[in-house]
Design a protein around this ligand. Structure first.
Ligand code: BEZ
Length: 213
């Protein structure tokens, strides 16, 4: 079992999926990636989660993020389940769902938490940058479905802060003011952030989101 941490390189793997065999790195290419695990096929919360993910296909694509899901059931089960998801959630799942029957990938990514459940994966999320660095991990229990608006929000923050020396404050959403990194002096900040900034405290300086027109 490994424990992957922020900043680690996401391990590569080959996998059977609902869309055929894939190599993880080849699948991701130069895109960002989001890898999320589900406890099991034909379960209610997972059905709503995969439906929610499929409905946000355009939002993930806009952000250049490739989605890939995982559960420990087999390919044929996944294909049957996808029909149910499409029917009940009024959508079309077209991203791959990994069939991790031998739990090779679940173990590689530490998605089985034995004290929660000895065999099923918990609801893990990994967001991976184009250079394959792990940028975010979140773990939810089986009883709580994930909030895909929050996943998009955090991806917006990760992508913004990868390009600019800023951080995003509590409950930040795209378009709102961001925080200037404390390592930047006021002199540097004046040049770096031509829209200006507001100094609430010397360590708390707010500036409009740099990417916004
Ligand atoms: C669900 O997706 O509803 C679920 C799966 C496993 C355990 C509990 C809930």
């Amino acid at each position: 079992m490994s424990t992957l941490k922020l900043g680690d390189t996401a391990p590569n793997f080959d996998a059977e999926t609902s869309i055929g065999k894939i190599n993880f790195y080849d699948y991701l290419g130069d895109s960002w990636g989001i890898l999320f695990s589900h406890p099991a096929d034909f379960t209610p919360v997972c059905t709503t989660e995969l439906g929610a993910a499929a409905k946000y296909k355009d939002e993930f694509e806009k952000r250049n993020v490739k989605m890939i899901a995982l559960s420990v059931d087999g390919v044929e089960s996944h294909k049957e389940w996808i029909k149910d998801i499409n029917e009940t959630q009024h959508t079309k799942v077209d991203f791959p769902i990994i069939a991790d029957e031998n739990k090779k990938i679940s173990k590689l990514y530490d998605m089985i938490h034995p004290k929660a459940d000895n065999t099923l994966t918990v609801r893990s999320v990994y967001v991976i940058a184009p250079n394959k660095t792990i940028m975010l991990t979140i773990t939810y229990p089986a009883s709580t479905g994930r909030n895909f608006d929050e996943l998009l929000r955090v991806i917006d923050s990760l992508q913004l802060t990868a390009d600019h020396k800023v951080s995003t404050p509590a409950n930040w959403k795209k378009g709102e003011d961001v925080v200037i990194s404390p390592s930047i002096s006021n002199e540097e900040a004046k040049k770096m952030f031509p829209k200006g900034f507001k100094e609430v405290k010397p360590y708390l300086r707010l500036t409009p989101e740099p990417d916004m027109k």
